[in-house]
Design a protein around this ligand. Structure first.
Ligand SMILES: NC(=O)c1ccc[n+]([C@@H]2O[C@H](COP(=O)([O-])OP(=O)(O)OC[C@H]3O[C@@H](n4cnc5c(N)ncnc54)[C@H](O)[C@@H]3O)[C@@H](O)[C@H]2O)c1
Length: 262
């Protein structure tokens, strides 16, 4: 396995690791030397495939099925990490969903489902990671937010609310657990080449044309690959970022700072 060893001896959990950013990040963290618990909900085969891809490269990974909305299942992820790998150092709370619709067209249950997965799921992952990290003398919790925590986009009212909520939680939680040497940060990707983006309403007719159009929104002229996001998660969770906490890191090719003229 081609590893720089920045996370050698560390144990990491990645939720939503059966696809897209979660899978890409899990692979990068393993390449950096971490032992991985890869978590996915319904799609068990996809989670097992991420485990296989990591092992194929000589890394260490175990798939655990869990829905991040369930407190029992989240607590079980932590129990597995402690039983199999002896503890936890890194929690990448990545699992998330979109459901792009006008607010007025959404039922209360539609709204609650997105909040439950994106926001409650992150909070539960942090809640159960903290005691495990305290036993190790510290750790890194990373929430996967989005550029839509700060950019207004039609039909992303609930999604944007959950992603902004994660940032507020990060600020407060970093203050709460700094004394335990636990760092808490958000990473906020721009458009990233994953199945989630293929499901965007604008992508359904022609995903390739859609991604080209999105690429033009960034000064760097391309959209992110999952590995771009994974590298940032690995870095912010490594000792190289040991004084960084309570931050929201945009990984967006410059999207949020770019004045678009058309
Ligand atoms: N792709 C993008 O452009 C983009 C941009 C900004 C932020 N994000 C965020 O990145 C994260 C990952 O997105 P992605 O593009 O890789 O999406 P994806 O749909 O490709 O993957 C999401 C994964 O999460 C899993 N998942 C969904 N609900 C879950 C639950 N309740 N419990 C456990 N696992 C669950 C899915 O099975 C899937 O494997 C999300 O939080 C998303 O909001 C994505």
């Amino acid at each position: 396995m081609g590893t720089n060893g920045r996370l050698q001896g560390k144990v990491a959990i990645v939720t939503g690791a059966g696809s897209g950013i979660g899978r890409g990040a899990a692979i990068v963290l393993a390449q950096e030397g971490a032992e991985l618990v890869v978590v996915n909900d319904k799609n068990i085969d996809a989670g097992k495939e991420t485990e296989r891809l990591i092992k194929e490269e000589g890394g260490e990974a175990t798939f655990v099925r869990a829905d991040v909305r369930s407190e029992v299942e989240v607590s079980n992820i932590l129990a597995c990490a402690e039983e199999i790998y002896g503890g936890l150092d890194i929690m990448f709370a990545n699992a998330g969903v979109t459901d792009y619709r006008d607010l007025v067209d959404m039922s209360r249950d539609d709204i609650a489902r997105i909040i439950d997965i994106n926001l409650m799921g992150s909070l539960l992952c942090a809640k159960y990671a903290i005691p495990a990290m305290k036993k190790r003398g510290g750790g890194s919790i990373v929430f996967c937010s989005s550029v839509l925590n700060r950019i207004g986009f039609p039909q992303a009212v609930v999604y944007g609310a959950t992603k902004a909520g994660q940032v507020g939680a990060v600020y407060a939680l970093a203050s709460e657990v700094g004394k335990d040497n636990i760092r808490v940060n958000c990473i906020s990707p721009g458009t990233t080449n994953t199945p989630m983006v293929d499901r965007d309403p604008g992508a359904l007719k022609d995903p390739v044309a859609y991604k080209k159009m999105m690429a033009k929104q960034n000064p760097l002229g391309r959209i992110a690959e999952p590995e771009d996001i994974g590298k940032a998660v690995a870095w912010i969770s490594s000792d190289e970022a040991s004084f960084i906490t309570g931050q929201d890191l945009y990984i967006d090719g410059g999207f949020t700072s770019y004045k678009r003229l058309c």
